[in-house]
Design a protein around this ligand. Structure first.
Ligand SMILES: NC(=O)c1ccc[n+]([C@@H]2O[C@H](COP(=O)([O-])OP(=O)(O)OC[C@H]3O[C@@H](n4cnc5c(N)ncnc54)[C@H](O)[C@@H]3O)[C@@H](O)[C@H]2O)c1
Length: 363
């Protein structure tokens, strides 16, 4: 042993580097911290799961939203994990930056509530989770489609009231429907598979055709073709400016009588008044709405014992051929776990100076 020349300083340096790698720390001191805002009870187990797998990163969290006031909870953290409908205003971002935090990972997709100009000015790095479980949303849309076709809301109400007669609550079989899918991205494609499993004839429209689906002959040439052929129409497109109110009086007029409309995408895609007119005239057989153009501030709140804030929505909720859910298509254990774990993974990479899996363009 005595004749081996050991460079003790070099060994010490290497050991420090290895420990730093293991701890996820880039500076070799360990002790990095991520703080998460607005953690719900159903997210807590997944925060704990992530923390237990990353013992060298300190994880703190609160159920409170991120605001200029609560930003101080992030003091001493290297990055934050967030999800809220409340705007990330210039003041909020400034308050975070004042605590030295400019690495922010969203647990959701949408970034339109972030003041991007301010974020850019402050040098923020931001990530989101664009895909967390397409099945969650596609399954919900498929379940609700089938429920509308079998008139389960009417039958359930009848049974609850002791009316056990069959007629006139007769169902339509899915295999007899032509299902038109608008948007064949992550969610639309899963919805197509599920509806095909029921035996439906599936057609689709997307300006960016998926080569595999194209080979299999699913696409029609235009939205008008889809409107003319489909008995069920399900929207799986983003709420871009071009897609605002794509379902309106004119497009509804192009659809078949007794059409079923399914919107588990974004409220802004649908002119709600036009759909109500279609329901009133009998043109539309049923309407599935998981999203509503005026949902912000209404969905995910308890209105029991209070004045309901939107009479149009209240009317829709009480119609027997309308199925309203408060933007819960995504809300499954699988999806929520992915949102939490992927956001923390992203943030961990950011705070260690590594490229995140799903960065958001800031500015
Ligand atoms: N209800 C919920 O809980 C929930 C959860 C997640 C996502 N969503 C929504 O679901 C929708 C689809 O999400 P995704 O992950 O499948 O998106 P995606 O980006 O994977 O796919 C969207 C597809 O729509 C196509 N498209 C855009 N405009 C179109 C048009 N006018 N006509 C036909 N096709 C068009 C695009 O080319 C793309 O292929 C989005 O609106 C998203 O916000 C809802």
């Amino acid at each position: 042993m005595g004749d081996i020349d050991v460079n003790k300083d070099l060994v010490k340096k290497i050991v420090q580097q290895v420990l730093a790698e293991q701890s996820g720390s880039s500076n070799g001191n360990g002790g990095k911290k991520i703080f998460a805002f607005s953690i719900r009870k159903d997210e807590e187990p997944y925060v704990k799961e992530w923390a237990s797998k990353h013992p060298n990163i300190e994880v703190g969290y609160t159920d409170e939203l991120l605001t200029p006031k609560t930003a101080k909870y992030a003091k001493g953290a290297n990055g934050v994990v967030v999800y809220q409908q409340l705007d990330y205003t210039a003041d909020t971002l400034q308050a975070l930056a004042d605590e030295g935090v400019t690495k922010m990972s969203l647990r959701n997709v949408g970034v339109d509530n972030i003041d991007m100009a301010k974020a850019k000015e402050l040098g923020f790095e931001i990530t989101n989770v664009p895909v967390y479980s397409p099945n969650a949303i596609a399954e919900h849309a498929a379940i609700q489609t089938a429920r509308i076709l079998r008139q389960t809301k009417v039958m359930d109400e009848k049974v609850a009231n002791g009316d056990l007669r069959w007629a006139p609550t007769i169902g339509r079989e899915v295999r007899d429907q032509t299902v038109g899918v608008i948007g064949t991205g992550h969610i639309g494609r899963v919805y197509m598979q599920i509806m095909e499993g029921f035996g439906a004839k599936v057609i689709a429209y997307d300006p960016f055709e998926n080569p595999e689906l194209k080979k299999q002959g699913y696409y029609v040439d235009s939205l008008d073709d889809l409107y003319a052929q489909a008995d069920v129409i399900s929207l799986h497109v983003p709420a871009t400016k071009e897609n605002f109110h794509m379902i309106n009086q004119d497009t509804i007029a192009k659809m078949k009588d007794n059409v079923v409309l399914v919107n588990c995408s974004r409220g802004a895609l649908v002119d709600t008044d036009a759909v109500i007119a279609g329901l009133d005239s009998g043109k539309i057989f049923g309407f599935v709405m998981d999203t509503y153009e005026d949902e912000v501030g209404i969905f995910n709140a308890d209105w029991r014992g209070k004045q309901f804030p939107d009479s149009r929505l209240e009317d829709l909720i009480h119609r027997s051929n309308v199925l309203v859910t408060p933007h819960t298509a995504f809300y499954t254990t699988h999806a929520v776990r992915n949102m939490v774990i992927k956001a923390f993974d992203n943030n961990c990479k950011l705070i260690n100076g590594k490229p995140a899996d799903t960065p958001v363009k800031v500015g």
